[in-house]
Ligand binder design. Structure first.
Ligand code: DX5
Ligand code: ZN
Length: 218
Protein backbone atom coordinates (compact mmCIF):
# COMPACT_ATOMS: atom_id res chain seq x y z
CA UNK A 1 0.00 0.00 0.00
CA UNK A 2 0.90 3.71 -0.01
CA UNK A 3 3.06 5.38 2.61
CA UNK A 4 1.42 5.99 5.96
CA UNK A 5 -0.25 9.40 6.36
CA UNK A 6 0.58 11.33 9.53
CA UNK A 7 -2.14 13.61 10.88
CA UNK A 8 -1.04 15.70 13.88
CA UNK A 9 -4.00 16.56 16.15
CA UNK A 10 -4.07 20.27 16.96
CA UNK A 11 -5.93 19.42 20.16
CA UNK A 12 -2.45 19.11 21.71
CA UNK A 13 -1.13 22.33 20.14
CA UNK A 14 -0.57 25.60 21.99
CA UNK A 15 -3.95 27.28 21.42
CA UNK A 16 -2.46 30.74 22.04
CA UNK A 17 -0.32 30.21 18.91
CA UNK A 18 -2.60 27.92 16.92
CA UNK A 19 -1.82 29.36 13.48
CA UNK A 20 1.94 29.08 14.01
CA UNK A 21 1.55 25.55 15.35
CA UNK A 22 -0.32 24.48 12.23
CA UNK A 23 2.33 26.07 10.02
CA UNK A 24 5.06 24.31 12.03
CA UNK A 25 3.60 20.82 11.63
CA UNK A 26 2.96 21.56 7.95
CA UNK A 27 6.66 22.42 7.47
CA UNK A 28 7.61 19.42 9.62
CA UNK A 29 5.97 17.09 7.09
CA UNK A 30 2.41 16.52 8.29
CA UNK A 31 0.18 15.01 5.60
CA UNK A 32 -3.12 16.12 7.08
CA UNK A 33 -4.12 18.45 9.92
CA UNK A 34 -6.40 16.57 12.34
CA UNK A 35 -9.03 18.82 13.91
CA UNK A 36 -10.75 17.42 17.02
CA UNK A 37 -14.08 19.09 17.67
CA UNK A 38 -15.64 18.26 21.06
CA UNK A 39 -19.05 19.39 22.23
CA UNK A 40 -19.10 18.65 25.98
CA UNK A 41 -22.08 16.34 25.38
CA UNK A 42 -21.07 13.48 23.08
CA UNK A 43 -17.66 13.59 24.80
CA UNK A 44 -16.79 15.01 28.23
CA UNK A 45 -14.64 17.87 26.95
CA UNK A 46 -15.02 21.02 24.84
CA UNK A 47 -12.37 22.05 22.31
CA UNK A 48 -13.24 24.64 19.66
CA UNK A 49 -15.73 25.30 16.89
CA UNK A 50 -15.83 26.25 13.21
CA UNK A 51 -14.77 29.90 13.71
CA UNK A 52 -11.46 28.87 15.25
CA UNK A 53 -10.92 26.27 12.56
CA UNK A 54 -11.69 28.80 9.85
CA UNK A 55 -9.10 31.26 11.13
CA UNK A 56 -6.28 28.68 11.08
CA UNK A 57 -7.36 27.23 7.73
CA UNK A 58 -5.50 30.02 5.90
CA UNK A 59 -2.12 29.09 7.44
CA UNK A 60 -1.69 25.88 5.40
CA UNK A 61 -2.79 24.19 2.20
CA UNK A 62 -2.63 20.70 3.77
CA UNK A 63 -5.97 18.86 3.94
CA UNK A 64 -8.04 19.36 7.10
CA UNK A 65 -9.20 16.06 8.57
CA UNK A 66 -12.10 17.15 10.78
CA UNK A 67 -13.16 14.73 13.51
CA UNK A 68 -16.56 15.79 14.83
CA UNK A 69 -17.32 14.52 18.33
CA UNK A 70 -20.71 16.22 18.29
CA UNK A 71 -24.23 14.91 18.85
CA UNK A 72 -26.42 15.67 17.05
CA UNK A 73 -23.89 16.37 14.30
CA UNK A 74 -26.02 17.17 11.24
CA UNK A 75 -26.73 20.81 12.20
CA UNK A 76 -22.96 21.53 12.19
CA UNK A 77 -21.78 19.82 9.02
CA UNK A 78 -22.32 22.86 6.81
CA UNK A 79 -20.44 25.12 9.22
CA UNK A 80 -17.35 22.91 9.10
CA UNK A 81 -17.64 22.50 5.34
CA UNK A 82 -17.78 26.31 5.02
CA UNK A 83 -14.82 26.64 7.41
CA UNK A 84 -12.64 24.66 4.98
CA UNK A 85 -12.84 20.98 5.91
CA UNK A 86 -11.55 18.49 3.32
CA UNK A 87 -12.71 15.36 5.10
CA UNK A 88 -15.47 15.33 7.73
CA UNK A 89 -15.61 12.39 10.11
CA UNK A 90 -18.81 11.68 12.02
CA UNK A 91 -19.23 9.15 14.82
CA UNK A 92 -21.30 6.00 14.27
CA UNK A 93 -22.58 6.46 17.85
CA UNK A 94 -23.59 10.11 17.51
CA UNK A 95 -27.19 9.38 16.57
CA UNK A 96 -29.56 7.02 14.80
CA UNK A 97 -28.93 8.50 11.35
CA UNK A 98 -25.23 8.16 10.68
CA UNK A 99 -25.97 7.17 7.08
CA UNK A 100 -27.77 10.46 6.56
CA UNK A 101 -24.85 12.35 8.14
CA UNK A 102 -22.47 10.69 5.68
CA UNK A 103 -24.77 11.61 2.79
CA UNK A 104 -24.82 15.18 4.02
CA UNK A 105 -21.02 15.37 4.03
CA UNK A 106 -20.90 13.86 0.54
CA UNK A 107 -23.50 16.33 -0.71
CA UNK A 108 -21.04 19.11 0.13
CA UNK A 109 -18.50 17.47 -2.17
CA UNK A 110 -16.21 16.49 0.70
CA UNK A 111 -14.62 13.23 1.72
CA UNK A 112 -16.70 11.49 4.38
CA UNK A 113 -15.40 9.44 7.27
CA UNK A 114 -17.02 7.33 9.99
CA UNK A 115 -15.43 6.96 13.43
CA UNK A 116 -15.93 3.96 15.72
CA UNK A 117 -15.54 4.23 19.49
CA UNK A 118 -13.59 1.43 21.22
CA UNK A 119 -16.81 -0.29 22.32
CA UNK A 120 -18.36 -0.26 18.84
CA UNK A 121 -17.95 -3.35 16.63
CA UNK A 122 -16.54 -3.22 13.09
CA UNK A 123 -19.92 -4.64 12.01
CA UNK A 124 -21.35 -1.13 12.43
CA UNK A 125 -19.76 -0.43 9.02
CA UNK A 126 -21.66 -3.11 7.08
CA UNK A 127 -24.08 -0.68 5.42
CA UNK A 128 -21.83 2.39 5.49
CA UNK A 129 -18.60 1.14 3.98
CA UNK A 130 -19.84 1.53 0.41
CA UNK A 131 -20.35 5.27 0.85
CA UNK A 132 -17.41 6.34 3.03
CA UNK A 133 -13.92 7.49 2.02
CA UNK A 134 -12.33 6.92 5.42
CA UNK A 135 -12.84 4.84 8.55
CA UNK A 136 -11.45 6.14 11.84
CA UNK A 137 -10.83 3.47 14.47
CA UNK A 138 -10.60 5.07 17.92
CA UNK A 139 -7.92 3.46 20.07
CA UNK A 140 -8.92 5.55 23.10
CA UNK A 141 -12.32 6.69 24.32
CA UNK A 142 -12.60 10.10 22.69
CA UNK A 143 -12.47 13.28 24.73
CA UNK A 144 -8.87 13.85 25.70
CA UNK A 145 -5.36 13.71 24.30
CA UNK A 146 -2.62 11.77 26.07
CA UNK A 147 -4.53 8.57 26.87
CA UNK A 148 -3.23 5.01 26.62
CA UNK A 149 -3.71 3.00 23.44
CA UNK A 150 -6.38 0.30 23.96
CA UNK A 151 -4.82 -2.98 22.78
CA UNK A 152 -8.09 -4.76 21.95
CA UNK A 153 -8.60 -2.37 19.05
CA UNK A 154 -5.81 -3.98 17.01
CA UNK A 155 -8.22 -6.77 16.20
CA UNK A 156 -10.80 -4.24 15.02
CA UNK A 157 -8.24 -2.48 12.81
CA UNK A 158 -7.51 -5.84 11.16
CA UNK A 159 -11.23 -6.54 10.71
CA UNK A 160 -11.83 -3.13 9.14
CA UNK A 161 -8.83 -3.64 6.84
CA UNK A 162 -10.48 -6.83 5.54
CA UNK A 163 -13.78 -5.03 4.98
CA UNK A 164 -12.06 -2.21 3.10
CA UNK A 165 -10.07 -4.58 0.91
CA UNK A 166 -13.26 -6.47 0.07
CA UNK A 167 -14.83 -3.29 -1.35
CA UNK A 168 -11.98 -2.82 -3.82
CA UNK A 169 -12.28 0.94 -3.22
CA UNK A 170 -9.58 3.30 -1.93
CA UNK A 171 -10.84 3.89 1.61
CA UNK A 172 -8.41 5.27 4.19
CA UNK A 173 -8.05 3.42 7.49
CA UNK A 174 -7.06 5.95 10.12
CA UNK A 175 -6.27 5.20 13.77
CA UNK A 176 -6.66 7.78 16.54
CA UNK A 177 -5.56 7.73 20.17
CA UNK A 178 -2.38 6.84 22.03
CA UNK A 179 -0.29 6.65 18.85
CA UNK A 180 3.44 6.88 19.52
CA UNK A 181 6.65 5.27 18.29
CA UNK A 182 5.73 2.01 20.03
CA UNK A 183 2.05 1.71 19.00
CA UNK A 184 2.35 3.20 15.48
CA UNK A 185 4.08 0.19 13.89
CA UNK A 186 1.56 -2.15 15.50
CA UNK A 187 -1.41 -0.18 14.20
CA UNK A 188 0.16 -0.15 10.73
CA UNK A 189 0.88 -3.89 10.87
CA UNK A 190 -2.81 -4.44 11.68
CA UNK A 191 -3.79 -2.48 8.56
CA UNK A 192 -3.83 1.25 9.33
CA UNK A 193 -2.65 3.62 6.61
CA UNK A 194 -3.18 6.93 8.43
CA UNK A 195 -2.20 7.81 11.99
CA UNK A 196 -3.46 10.64 14.18
CA UNK A 197 -0.97 11.84 16.77
CA UNK A 198 -1.47 14.61 19.32
CA UNK A 199 0.89 14.14 22.25
CA UNK A 200 3.51 12.27 20.19
CA UNK A 201 3.92 15.29 17.90
CA UNK A 202 3.09 18.42 19.91
CA UNK A 203 4.63 16.98 23.08
CA UNK A 204 7.95 16.95 21.22
CA UNK A 205 8.06 20.74 20.84
CA UNK A 206 10.07 22.17 19.13
CA UNK A 207 11.23 19.27 16.97
CA UNK A 208 8.00 18.30 15.20
CA UNK A 209 9.91 17.02 12.17
CA UNK A 210 11.73 14.42 14.27
CA UNK A 211 8.44 13.32 15.84
CA UNK A 212 6.72 12.94 12.47
CA UNK A 213 9.72 11.15 10.95
CA UNK A 214 9.72 8.70 13.85
CA UNK A 215 6.02 7.88 13.41
CA UNK A 216 6.41 7.56 9.67
CA UNK A 217 9.30 5.16 10.28
CA UNK A 218 6.59 2.75 11.37
C1 DX5 B 1 -9.29 11.92 21.20
C2 DX5 B 1 -8.98 12.67 19.92
C3 DX5 B 1 -7.59 12.39 19.44
C4 DX5 B 1 -6.55 12.83 20.42
C5 DX5 B 1 -5.28 12.14 20.11
O1 DX5 B 1 -10.52 12.31 21.66
O2 DX5 B 1 -9.87 12.30 18.90
O3 DX5 B 1 -7.37 12.89 18.15
O4 DX5 B 1 -6.35 14.20 20.42
O5 DX5 B 1 -4.35 12.50 21.09
P1 DX5 B 1 -3.17 11.54 21.51
O6 DX5 B 1 -2.35 11.31 20.26
O7 DX5 B 1 -2.44 12.36 22.53
O8 DX5 B 1 -3.77 10.29 22.05
ZN1 ZN C 1 -9.40 12.77 16.67
Amino acid sequence: PNAVRIAPSILSADFARLGEEVRSVDEAGADWIHVDVMDGHFVPNISFGPAVMKSVRATTTKPFDVHLMIAPVDPYIDAFADAGADCIIVHAEAGPHVHRSVQRVKSRGLRAGVALNPGTPAKMLDYLIDTVDLVLVMTVNPGFGGQRFIESQLKKIAAVRKMIDATGRAIDLEVDGGIDAETAPRAVAAGADALVAGTAVFGRRPDYAAAIRELRGA
